[in-house]
Design a protein around this ligand. Structure first.
Ligand code: FES
Length: 65
């Protein structure tokens, strides 16, 4: 996982920022948006971020670093 890769281009939010937000308790797209602004623009990243949140819940070991 490249933490520096951009997940939301509208707000330059990285994978790492989303991972940190989810670890910090943001378990919905709305909470991730509040913490990072990801998804608050064109919303094209929204489905991907929803997938990422669900994937982190199911496979937390994949996001251990
Ligand atoms: S790419 Fe995330 S809101 Fe546009």
């Amino acid at each position: 996982m490249n933490r520096n890769k951009i997940a939301c281009h509208c707000h330059n939010v990285t994978y790492g920022q989303i991972i940190d937000a989810v670890r910090d308790g943001a378990d919905t797209i709305e909470k991730v948006r509040e913490k990072t602004h990801a998804g608050a623009g064109c919303a094209h990243c929204r489905d991907f971020i929803v997938h990422m949140i669900e994937d982190m819940k199911r496979f937390p070991e994949d996001y251990a670093q």
